[in-house]
Design a binder for this molecule. Sequence first.
Ligand SMILES: Nc1nc2c(ncn2[C@@H]2O[C@H](COP(=O)(O)OP(=O)(O)O)[C@@H](O)[C@H]2O)c(=O)[nH]1
Ligand SMILES: [Mg+2]
Length: 399
Amino acid sequence: MQTTPQSNKMHIAVFGRRNSGKSSLINALTRQATLMVSEKPGTTTEPVFQSFEMEKVGPVIIVDTSGIDDDTDLGLFRVQKTREVMDLTDLGILIFSDESNNFKLEKEWFHELAKRNIPVIGIIAKVDDHYVDIDPLKTELNIPIVKISAKKNVNFGSLRHAIRVSAPAEFERDSIVGDLVNSGDLVVMVMPETIPAPKYRLVASQQQILRDLLDHHIIALSVTEAELPTLLMHLKDLPDLVITDSQVFDRVNEILPANVPLTTFAILMARFKGDLDTFVAGVGVIPSLKPGDKVLLSEACIHHPHNGEIDRVLVHAKLQEIAGGGLDITTSVGPEFPEHISEYKLIVHCGGCIFNRKQLMIRLMRAGEQGVPITNYGIAFAYFNGILPRVLEALQVKA
Ligand SMILES: Nc1nc2c(ncn2[C@@H]2O[C@H](COP(=O)(O)OP(=O)(O)O)[C@@H](O)[C@H]2O)c(=O)[nH]1
Ligand SMILES: [Mg+2]
């Protein structure tokens, strides 16, 4: 793995009262028992920085802090140290643990974090031990709140998901495709004969992916599907990866030997911008859609620079066909995303080419909070065409 300089790593800091379970949370999250856990309050006296590799996020530094409620003389000094940690925090995890349930201190710290524009994940810890109604807190603070038990290892999957979704945009994946192939590898990009972009231009995703390949010292060739057979004849070895436009996938799939990893521009962008696992889980709902079910098609831009309109019509028609007609399909276009989405059985989002990762991830988070499966156009097309298994397999190669 490439090494990332320390300062470029996302710093996740855990805040909370003494004994609220901060160190235990970190040990369970990192799956290591490196931090001392004690029933004696005030065991962690200095911020402790720990480096670890978090699945699907990358290298992060997690910071354990001392309690925010220590009002002894020495304690005030420790609280000051903890406060300083805020200044280097990219993502805050704040444990809400107030026996009186009014969380005054936690709310103060939440506002301190919010003032610094630090995204916060709220935690109710030790849920094996007691119950807290989180709805009032969620409404008041408008943050994700995850109930965990470090002791029973409950809900750490949700916490990891919340971290992924809340990570600030600058910690987005640093490569669209560079982690799938090695420098010196050969990648073929297949464009459709009629490229859906103005003359002399390429589609944004094609451009971005080409740039990413070049940055990673990968040999990139591009052809339209008509020239693919000739190109393969010229090559001494088969390509290490082929990336095709979804429109011509069938043709490329036929031409290309089955052992060559094959994926699409749309899938790579979905993986880069959103969360592939979430999107793949979302398409799983499609076969169970039935007449009367509500589906939301959500698009980022009002004006379709490319063939957004066509995508929408195709997705619409295909979903109706699978459900046997009668689906209640709504389209939402532009920067607004409906507040209440729980009535929908499925959300299908556009590729979000005008969005940064954060904007898309916020929508994923909202869908997740309201328990609504979400997928995107690219993944849905791959599913409709029966090619999802092959394109996903390509992504696992050398991943
Ligand atoms: N029942 C229960 N106890 C926990 C849990 N997590 C931590 N504890 C206990 O709470 C106490 C304080 O935990 P610790 O992680 O040291 O808290 P910190 O002071 O905030 O770092 C210890 O006695 C832990 O064993 C949990 O999930 N369930
Ligand atoms: Mg501790």
